[in-house]
Structures are given as structure tokens and as C-alpha cells.
Design a protein around this ligand. Structure first.
Ligand SMILES: [Mn+2]
Length: 300
């Protein structure tokens, strides 16, 4: 199962020859002793630099998504990660999807967005191409990386299939057309087709926080656990979720803070609103954090 990741990268880089091609570098990540996952950066480049200075330069990195937007340096942060080449991979977050939808003419850049500088960069097409070739789900050893969640209705095997389904559309020539109706709160059902299916898959990976006891997501509630309506629970505590025996690493939920449970690891510690940026060295789960200046309000 791990080889779809390897094969895809190899093909892309042979095809485009944009970057020095090295099959060994891909094998290196899969075979690496350690991988470090980095929480939601949101364009906070100085904070990212401070964190990176504490991580060995040859350490493979997985960014958990929302690398960009909201913070002050979206363009430079994106370039910094692209320039790392095969050392770094990005999980697509809701903010990356918003960037792609905006580039496709389907999303509207709003007042609080800081992605305009990416869309108007002279090499915007290359930047967008890089982003749309990233991942909704990655696996390394026993860990599965997603931006927000796995929909409780999905087994890990189904989730891998659904991630591949959307990733191949994003990587196709028709990607702009595919994303035309990206926004909406569709809930997952096996029978869904077309744009409702795409929305339910994207929501299941990039937006879920709370679910009810049957595992049905509620996209309206964004509170920290403890002040949520009593019928809702964090998705990773839902007893009926099908992936409860898999170890899921995720970000997205900045008010949740660092969570380190046997089967759920949360790494978004709110760097954009003055919390911290976190890196977690795996498999030993060694936490590295740097305190961050505040750029915006978590509840705005
Ligand atoms: Mn997010």
C-alpha cells in the first residue's frame, strides 16, 4: 500500500524533470528511521524558521496542512517548503484547498485571506501545480497523516482509496473543472457521485472536528472540547469510528492543543494566533515547540 506514494512521485518527476530526480530520495523517506510532522504553519515563516533550526537538516518532514493563509508570509512559506524538494511533503488542508479552488476560479479570496500573493506571483502556475500534486493522506510506518480527520464511516483502507480518488482528479488536466463546486457541507454516503462526493471526501479529510455518537460530523461547531454541545464529541473519541485501531496524526484544530493518545495525535497548537508551532519526531513522539507571535484571533 505504501508504494502508491513512491510510484506517483517518481512518475511526476521523470515527466516534468523540474527537479533533480532521485528514486533513492523517495525510498529514503519510506525507509527513514525518523520522520518529523509539523503542525499548521499558516504562513508564519519566522516561526517555521525557528522550529526548523532545531531539526536536523536531513530529517524528512511532513507538513500536516494549512501551511499557508491567515498569517503574514504565505508565499515565502510555500516557496520555502517547495525548495526543500523531496525532503518535504504536504498534506492538503482546507486552506490549500481554498487556494486551489481560488486558482480554479471557484473560490473567492476574502478579507482575512493572505493567499492573493501566491495567486498573483509570476510563477503562480508552478506553485499551484506543486500544491495540487500533494496529498490528502500519507502513511509512514504505523502512522497515517491527514489534515483534520478520517470520517468515522471510513476504514483506513477505504480512506486510502478515497484520498487516491480525489488526488488523481486534482493531478489531472481537468482539475479546475473538478473543483468548480468545491464548497458545501455534504456528508459522506457511499452512493454519492460527482461534486457532492468530492465535497464529502474533502470535508471528511480536511474539516471534521466534532461528530455525534453515530459518527455524523457537525461542521458548525468549532469550539474547544469541553464547551461543545453535549451530544457532540471530538471525532477521534467516537466509539463507532472504523479507524479506531489505526494511529491518526492530524492538525486543523488549533484550540484542541497537542494531543498524544495511543491512536490519535493532534499537532496544531495555534501558531497563527500566538500559540506555538509544533514538530513531533516520530516514531518516538518527541515534541519540539516554538512560541509564536499572534497574527490573528482563533475565534474571529
Ligand atoms: Mn485546517
Amino acid at each position: 500500500m505504501q508504494f502508491w506514494w513512491l510510484e506517483y512521485d517518481a512518475l511526476k518527476y521523470i515527466e516534468t524533470a523540474r527537479q533533480t530526480f532521485s528514486l533513492t530520495s523517495f525510498k529514503t523517506m519510506q525507509n527513514a528511521q525518523n520522520v518529523t510532522v509539523i503542525g499548521d504553519v499558516h504562513g508564519c515563516l519566522p516561526t517555521l524558521e525557528a522550529l526548523l533550526s532545531q531539526i536536523p537538516e536531513d530529517m524528512p518532514l511532513i507538513f500536516i496542512g494549512d501551511l499557508i493563509n491567515r498569517g503574514p508570509n504565505s508565499l515565502k512559506t510555500l516557496r520555502r517548503v517547495i525548495e526543500m524538494g523531496s525532503r518535504a511533503r504536504l498534506i492538503l488542508g482546507n486552506h490549500e484547498m481554498h487556494l486551489l479552488a481560488s486558482a480554479a476560479g471557484a473560490g473567492k479570496v476574502n478579507r482575512r485571506d493572505t493567499i492573493e500573493e501566491i495567486l498573483s506571483a509570476p510563477d503562480a502556475d508552478d506553485l499551484i501545480d506543486w500544491v495540487r500534486h500533494q496529498y490528502l493522506l500519507l502513511q509512514w510506518k504505523e502512522f497515517t497523516f491527514v489534515h483534520a480527520a478520517l470520517d468515522p464511516a471510513w476504514s483506513l483502507k477505504e480512506a486510502v482509496k478515497l484520498a487516491n480518488e480525489v488526488q488523481s482528479e486534482l493531478r489531472s488536466k481537468q482539475w479546475k473543472n473538478y473543483l468548480k463546486e468545491m464548497y458545501g457541507k455534504d456528508l459522506w454516503e457511499k452512493s454519492l457521485t460527482g461534486s457532492a462526493r468530492m465535497r464529502a471526501i474533502l470535508n471528511g479529510f480536511t474539516r471534521i472536528r466534532f461528530v455525534d455518537k453515530k459518527g455524523v460530523p457537525d461542521y458548525k461547531v468549532k469550539d474547544a472540547p469541553g464547551i461543545n454541545p453535549p451530544h457532540l464529541m471530538p471525532w477521534f473519541k467516537c466509539p463507532v469510528r472504523k479507524c479506531s485501531n489505526d494511529t491518526i496524526v492530524f492538525g486543523h484544530w488549533s484550540t484542541l492543543g497537542f494531543v498524544n493518545l495511543p491512536h490519535a495525535i493532534a499537532v496544531d497548537t495555534g501558531c497563527v494566533w500566538g500559540g506555538a508551532l509544533s514538530a513531533l519526531v516520530l516514531p518516538e513522539r518527541r515534541l519540539i515547540q516554538v512560541k509564536a507571535p499572534q497574527y490573528c484571533d482563533p475565534f474571529a
